[in-house]
Design a protein around this ligand. Sequence first.
Ligand code: PSV
Ligand code: MN
Length: 389
Amino acid sequence: MIVETDAIDAQLTMLDVEVPSWAYGNSGTRFKVFAQAGVPRDPFEKVADAAMVHRMTGSAGSVAIHIPWDKVDDYAKLSRFAHDEGVRIGTVNSNTFQDDDYMLGSVTHPEAAVRRKATEHLLECVDIMDATGSRDLKLWFADGTNYPGQDDFRSRQDRLFDVLHEVYDRLGDDQRMVLEYKLFEPAFYSTDVPDWGVSYAHCLKLGPKAKVVVDTGHHAPGTNIEFIVAFLLREGKLGAFDFNSRFYADDDLMVGAADPFQLFRIMHEVVKADAIDPASGVAFMLDQCHNIEPKIPAQIRSIMNVQESVAKAALVDQVALGAAQLAGDVLEANSIIMDAFNCDVRDAVAQWRETRGAQADPVAAYRGSGYAERIVGERVGGTQMGWGA
Ligand code: PSV
Ligand code: MN
């Protein structure tokens, strides 16, 4: 199959993948957090690391922040710093999962005072969006129950909706809320937003500024994620992706590492819907943690994996595919998809990066840049950032 570089270039030129600030901090499992040398001590250093990922790859123009982990006194200053480094502050992620008050839930908690506290946090996140110029508020709730009978499912949905509604009303004209779902964890019996259907139902009721987030790690094994993506795109309700890889649960490994074919199938649906284009309103984000591997090159590798999957999706012969589908030619339709997936697009993507002023071989360029050695030397003293659990 001929590698059509024009088709690849057109998609990659539109592609913008947001990186998570928390990927640069220390992280681990519930068993152990392994600290790494050179890890940022404040959100500014996280942004500097994110900017390095963008310089190497050319596709990572914004960095998501997580509140309160990334609280600063002056958000306008953080935005200016990001701008000077060549990136933007993107999505503001809320955190209603690390406070003792939230043991039985946050926005669904039986006590009104706890729900109020969670609501105030979400409203504060919107204030921060005003200061950073961010468009999206990302909501993920750890709410759920561990035991049958522990709480009433329907009352919890009512409480959830009331809070979402109040926060929705506070959004500015150009702001949105994106609601993430997750099958399980930390609650094990029931989760209050367990799947795309629950998220979609709330978003539909809230209005056009509410959209669904698909975190690729938040599904049962074997779930057909590309079908969910196709459905939400069709309904205009796909707000964002949190990309990562999973083998078993919410593993937060590098996207494209566990199942590159799944990532390609997802990107095929996105490309087919012309939704790589930022005008589509779909935000592409990584939501990953690097526990045993160096963080910055792991982010670089992840962006490269997304670039390569988009490039392969760009090669799908849509016209031939449509004809084969209409003709009921099952084998031909399948082989058209597989031809694109099996293409080696690495040279074409490297060339695109080079013409964009990024690096043909971003990991090697990063290794040769001296950045890793510099931050290890400079970031001495202070407290390394982490997910603070
Ligand atoms: C939850 O597992 C999640 O995917 C949400 O996006 C959080 O905001 C993120 O991880 C970081 O904890
Ligand atoms: Mn996520």
